[in-house]
Design a protein around this ligand. Structure first.
Ligand SMILES: [Zn+2]
Length: 494
């Protein structure tokens, strides 16, 4: 642990207030964030929680020490659409027992999973300490870690769950504090419920823990004891139960921080809390609940029909958005220019601004070694990740203290070295562009060479010229028409 832990203040959705963060165990600060469903490539909205909670992860590691933070982000690979794809592609193998359902799901989700890892790595996100897949936590495990079927059984045993019409449901009236996170009460929820559809439910707000599958649908054989005899229900879990199981598996029954997008507060997080608290008999599931704000693209809710739906992969690798590719660090800074709880309008203009800012910072920190982040920067970062204020502070430092700018950018996961290299690579796509060398370094070599020419040290001057040429930089000697002085210009050889 760091000698003088910074005071960290975080906004807690549970209390609707900013609170001083006090970990349960400073030697192991524990955070869970809801991860991607690996059905489609992740869109830019999915990048926001990945980046926001990566900044928090880096800050927690800075404050408590890198070995004293555990960050879990799950992979949702249990999903009816994924099951349907597994059935379509591997149905015969599953039916014949040649392939287990988990293996089939692994095959259909692996490309999306790999792409997600590439996307978030390009965005500068550190890998979480654990990235459990939901499929591995459906049935009781050999290692005894928490699983969904056992959690559901605990809920049945404690009187919080019941079976009806092929489903096991959570009884929302069995929990006095149900609705505390989202601040909804059961009456409000019942008013709008479609009673006819939900006739088998005791209460319209009750939600599914386990759902029976038909004989030809893929599923897991969950064994439950409901009123005595064990019965096997071939089916699949409801969505919320996976996070209750995987968080308990790696972080315990009560942990420090649970994060995700604003849209997850209800029903997902509300129901996670209900399941975990009632299964474990605890007063809370996580002490602090954090939610990042919504993201729009070019002023509109992102949708495929509006033509503003864009994946992280498309931004990084195609010219679909704004007619060019955007490096991951530009996307990252563009995201952090707005406070994480505020809505963001993701636009080409914003990306251009982030790109220009990064290029400026990269120039000013060329050859500078990072020192320490400035006190004002740390103050802003530890005040509920006030990232807009952080960006302003970093911008102010670019002239006064580039070393502190570099340190602050590093703490936010923004790598100025790689931006410098990449911006040059992008500008000139010459054959040697991969051996990119900064403009400043070229300028230094050019003036060294001119000095050598003045000393008539032709051999040394030529060797600099040849060295640059090998890196794709061609020098051209000429005379300044105004002064008659010898000048050298350079261009990237194509
Ligand atoms: Zn979740």
């Amino acid at each position: 642990m760091a000698e003088n832990p910074q005071t960290l203040r975080l906004y807690n959705t549970l209390t609707r207030s900013k609170e001083v963060f006090s970990p349960i165990d400073p030697a192991n600060v524990r955070m869970y964030v809801c991860g991607p469903t690996v059905y489609d490539y992740a869109h830019i909205g999915n990048a926001r929680p990945a980046i926001v909670f990566d900044v928090l992860y880096r800050l927690l590691r800075h404050v408590y020490g890198a070995d004293h933070v555990t960050y879990v982000r799950n992979i949702t690979d249990v999903d009816d659409k994924i099951n349907a794809r597994a059935l379509r592609d591997y149905g015969a193998d599953i039916a014949a027992g040649r392939l287990g359902l988990n293996e089939a799901i692994r095959k259909v989700t692996e490309p999306t999973y790999e792409q997600y890892q590439k996307d978030v790595t390009a965005l500068g996100c550190l890998p979480p300490d654990q990235q459990p897949r939901a499929t591995e936590f459906v049935l009781p495990r050999a290692d005894g870690k928490a699983d969904m079927v056992s959690l559901i059984q605990s809920l049945i045993n404690r009187g919080h769950a019941y079976a009806a019409a092929g489903e096991i449901l959570f009884d929302t009236t069995s929990m006095a504090e149900y609705g505390r996170l989202s601040r909804r009460n059961l009456d409000e929820q019942q008013a709008g419920a479609r009673v006819a559809v939900d006739a088998h439910k005791k209460n319209p707000a009750d939600f599914v823990l386990w759902k029976e599958s038909s004989a030809d649908e893929p599923g897991w054989d969950g064994v439950f004891r409901i009123g005595g005899q064990p019965i096997t229900i071939h089916g699949r879990p409801g969505w919320h139960i996976e996070c209750s199981a995987m968080s308990a598996a790696y972080l315990g029954e009560v942990f420090d921080i649970h994060g995700g997008g604003l849209d997850l507060i209800f029903p997902h997080h509300e129901n996670e809390i209900a399941q975990s608290r009632c299964a474990h008999g605890t007063a809370v599931m996580a002490n602090v609940w954090m939610h990042n704000g919504f993201l729009q693209v070019e002023g509109k809710k992102m949708s495929k029909s509006d033509g503003n739906f864009v994946t992280i992969h498309e931004l990084l690798e195609t010219d679909k958005f704004g007619g060019r590719k955007w490096p991951g660090d530009v996307l990252r800074l563009a995201m952090l220019m707005t406070h994480y709880r505020e809505p963001i309008d993701f636009s080409v203009r914003r990306l251009e601004e982030a790109d220009a800012t990064l290029t400026d910072w990269a120039k000013r920190t060329d050859g500078v070694s990072a020192t320490r982040p400035s006190p004002a920067f740390l103050e802003a970062l530890t005040d509920d990740l006030s990232s807009a204020a952080i960006v302003a502070e970093l911008h102010a430092l670019r002239k006064s203290d580039p070393a502190a700018l570099k340190a602050g950018a590093e703490l936010m996961g923004v790598n100025l070295e790689s931006h410098r290299t990449r911006s040059l690579t992008h500008r000139y796509e010459g054959p040697q562009a991969h051996k990119a060398i900064s403009e400043e370094a070229i300028g230094d070599k050019v003036s060294n060479r001119l000095a050598l020419i003045r000393e008539k040290n032709w051999a040394a001057a030529d060797s600099i010229r040849d060295e640059l040429l090998a890196q794709g930089i061609q020098l051209k000697d000429g005379k300044d028409p105004a002064t008659g002085e010898r000048i050298t210009t350079w261009e990237v050889k194509r």
